[in-house]
Design a protein around this ligand. Structure first.
Ligand code: ZN
Length: 268
């Protein structure tokens, strides 16, 4: 990490097209704390549909299909006040995202980090992995031009090649993934996970590929979403920050300051 001036950034959980709610909550934090954000990292299920054609390429049951707020941003009627960088989740318009070059902005201040890569953002090395673990997709996805005659679900998983690309990267300050890495839940918190509505064994949560990448890169901070649940734990030298979805309110957001000493979480 460089010794640049302190930078302040936010992390945001699953947005599901509710960009206005995201912008409102982040602006509110700035006013309350009297600080300005330099950039925003978002953990996927962002749903930046410009129009119905983009929406048609998202994998989701029909009750979850909605255009959301993004058409206003795409048309320039609204604009993001800070640069937003996001990875892809399992609900995304991959017909749009997979045709962008990595690091390409969709609209001003809104950049998709691509399927995989390490990006220099405000002096931080930010590693990104889009998609979730789908065993059948590890060996590869169909070409994106086939999406109209293929299931949208054939595009929601990462591949082994993408995981390998991060295993060959030397290091990162921050890792952004959609699905949690395995083994990040403390045994002491196991009951909390087993008692919730969609009950699950705490040691079943997440995927081993994200965990391998986390162990290899040993970032100071891992950001993830997908479960719509806030959780924090320290694993070795890494702070794991899982975020709820934007509809959940404050649990969807976290705020950090990066200095020469490292990355520290700021309160809300
Ligand atoms: Zn979600």
């Amino acid at each position: 990490m460089s010794t640049a001036a302190p930078r302040c950034f936010a992390a945001v959980g699953d947005v599901h097209g509710r960009m206005d709610a995201m912008v409102r909550a982040l602006s509110k934090w700035e006013r309350r704390r009297g600080r300005s954000l330099d950039f925003v990292l978002q953990v996927g299920d962002f749903e930046p549909h410009r129009d119905e054609a983009d929406l048609a390429t998202m994998a989701a049951p029909s009750r979850y299909r909605a255009l959301g707020d993004f058409p206003n941003y795409a048309a320039g009627r609204r604009r993001f006040p800070w640069p937003i960088y996001f990875v892809g989740g399992n609900h995304e318009p991959y017909g749009l995202l997979d045709r962008l070059a990595p690091g390409d902005a969709i609209v001003g201040n809104c950049t998709y980090l691509g399927r995989v890569g390490v990006h220099r953002i405000a002096g931080l090395d930010v590693a990104a992995l889009s998609g979730i673990h789908v065993p059948g997709l590890l060996t590869g996805r169909p070409p994106i031009d086939a999406i109209a005659r293929t299931s949208n679900k054939a595009y929601i998983g990462f591949t082994e090649g993408e995981v390998l690309a991060l295993l060959e990267a030397p290091r990162a300050d921050v890792l952004v993934v959609h699905e949690w890495p395995t083994g990040v839940i403390a045994a002491a918190d196991a009951l909390d996970f087993e008692r919730q509505r969609r009950s699950m064994r705490y040691d079943d949560v997440g995927n081993d590929y994200a965990r391998m990448v986390m162990d290899h890169l040993a970032p100071q901070l891992v950001l993830c979403g997908h479960m719509h649940r806030r959780y924090r734990n320290r694993v070795g030298a890494t702070e794991v920050c899982a975020l709820a979805d934007v509809d959940a309110g404050a649990d969807a957001f976290a705020f950090f300051e990066a200095t020469a000493q490292g990355i520290a979480e700021l309160g809300d």
